[in-house]
Write a protein that binds this ligand. Structure first.
Ligand SMILES: Cc1ncc(COP(=O)(O)O)c(C=O)c1O
Length: 501
């Protein structure tokens, strides 16, 4: 298969495959065990990496080893402060290197807990930077975090549809994007598109989108929340500079470093020459009682206050480890896993997989959403957890319009003769899916276990339905089995035990 997103491996480990296996084996939480409704205690299979990945052991080790030296990066004179400041600066360099962003032209800064904070900052800043441009173009595939911030700060947000695809809805429709760019002309501030869908895992052609956006004199922001951990990214240095990405935003907790901040990587000129959105310590050169002068130095001017130093170093450790293995190697492995998963899920008519499943035409990474026909998504999710120890997510994954469209598409296919209103009503009732999502530690065995469990659920749907009651939130609650988390872990319990020891 052609790896559209692969870049030439540079400086990766000579034994990338061995290093990848070493990283996989050591993710924290792979061996965790839970007691099930059947009374058995088994190893949990984690298929919820799109929400948050597990933490790599090396990330934990780096953070633990750093603890004795911890000091604030705003202090300068003592040893701990010097060490912290240097390593924190290196973490920024590592982000730029990981995304192949030219350090002369781009800056990386940490912000908030995840991608959401970064996209809000980008929306505020780009509106202030180019106030006359009051339209943002995004797509119907977006997570709410790459939609609502633009709605809040701009007069108009245009949602470009997905293309028809070979088997079902596919990538963003480039003709639709071009039409929107033409229609809104000079009013478009930027195009903001997800690199990889958090619902279907469909990969968007970000460099083609960049070329289009730049041809119309606008910018490209990539929501990289799901792209960073799965697909090699090259922000700059393309033969045709129009293919470069202007801004890329991602979350540390989705790339093997939970507890780390969100990250914005942007062209320096976009964040220069205007009042930063957040002000406070660390981002000013001088302050008088009646005025202050923000520093021109990036990333400092975008990082007001004491940063999340431990989290940032943990993130840098993850990025360095992944970079040493090579994102092209990781992507190649994942393409094979994705083919296996789509093949296995496609073996039974009882399972409907959403979005284009023809990966030769529409590449995917990270996530697959599906339903067992005739079984509520929340019941499937609950039974997978309680009876099979398989952790998935269900509902609409903060992408309500996209999920609604895909459910309607399948209903329209299956049920002839319904009016649009009837279809909409039915789609609303059935709105929701189950999502299985992968990390570097996900195995074919995990996927096979999922498929066997889904077959079992489909065959025994009435039996399982009888074991649960649906609460007013729509969740399926087991009538007799109860999970008491505090028996395994609680903060209070840990502190009490420590004090008593
Ligand atoms: C595509 C996409 N964008 C944005 C977000 C928001 O990320 P965060 O929760 O880190 O703010 C998510 C989270 O799932 C996502 O999948």
């Amino acid at each position: 298969m052609k790896l559209e997103h692969a870049f030439e491996a540079e400086n990766t480990e000579p034994h990338a495959q061995d290093s990848l296996e070493k990283l996989n084996r050591q993710a924290v939480g792979l061996d965790v065990r839970f007691k099930l409704a059947t009374g058995e205690t088994t190893r949990r299979i984690y298929l919820d990496s799109t929400a948050s990945t597990l933490r790599l052991q090396i990330v934990q080790d780096v953070i633990d080893k750093y603890q004795p030296y911890y000091a604030n990066t705003h202090s300068v004179v003592h040893f701990g402060a010097k060490l912290s400041t240097c390593e924190y600066a290196w973490a920024h360099d590592m982000v730029l290197r990981f995304l192949r962003a030219d350090p002369d032209a781009y800056t990386a800064f940490f912000t908030g807990h995840g991608t959401t904070a970064g996209i809000n900052r980008v929306a505020q800043t780009l509106r202030a930077q180019r106030p006359d441009r009051d339209v943002v173009i995004t797509s119907v595939m977006e997570h709410h975090s790459n939609d609502l911030p633009h709605r809040k700060h701009f007069a108009k947000v245009v949602h470009v549809p997905a293309e028809a695809g070979s088997t079902s809805m596919g990538r963003i429709n480039l003709a639709g994007l071009e039409a929107a760019l033409r229609e809104h002309g000079d009013r478009v501030n930027y195009v903001s598109i997800t690199g990889v869908s958090n619902v279907t895992g469909i990969i968007n052609p970000v460099h083609e989108i960049a070329e289009l956006a730049h041809r119309f004199g606008t910018l490209l922001v990539v929501d990289g929340a799901q792209m960073a951990a799965h697909v090699p990214v090259r922000m700059s240095g393309h033969d045709k500079s129009d293919r470069d990405i202007d801004v890329f935003v991602f979350s540390g907790h989705k790339i093997y470093a939970p507890g780390s901040p969100g990250v914005v990587v942007a062209r320096k000129d976009l964040f220069s020459g205007l009042e930063p959105q957040e002000v406070g310590g660390g981002m000013v050169d001088d302050v008088w009682l009646d005025r202050y002068t923000p520093t021109d130095t990036l990333p400092d001017r975008e990082e007001a206050g004491t940063p999340n130093i431990c989290g940032s170093l943990g993130l840098a450790a993850a990025l360095y480890a992944l970079d040493r293995v090579g994102m092209d190697t990781i992507f190649r492995e994942e393409c094979a896993l994705m083919r296996h998963a789509l093949g296995r899920l496609g073996e039974t008519d009882d399972i409907v997989v959403y979005g284009d499943t023809d990966v030769d035409h529409c590449q995917r990474a990270g996530a697959i959403s599906f339903n067992v026909r005739g079984v509520h998504h929340a019941l499937t999710g609950a039974v997978l957890n309680d009876y099979f120890n398989i952790a998935v997510r269900n509902e609409c994954f903060c992408a309500h319009p996209y999920v609604r469209e895909m459910i309607s598409e399948v209903l329209a296919d299956e049920l002839d003769g319904l009016s649009n209103d009837e279809l909409e009503e039915l789609a609303e009732l059935q709105r929701g899916m189950v999502r299985a999502s992968f990390g570097i530690y996900t195995t074919r065995g995990d996927i096979d276990a999922l498929v066997e469990a889904l077959r079992n659920i489909s065959a025994n749907r009435d039996y399982y339905a009888g074991l649960y009651e649906q609460n007013e939130r729509g969740d399926f609650v087991h009538k007799t089995f109860n999970f008491d988390h505090a028996q395994l872990f609680s903060v209070r319990g840990e502190v009490d035990a420590w004090l008593a020891a």
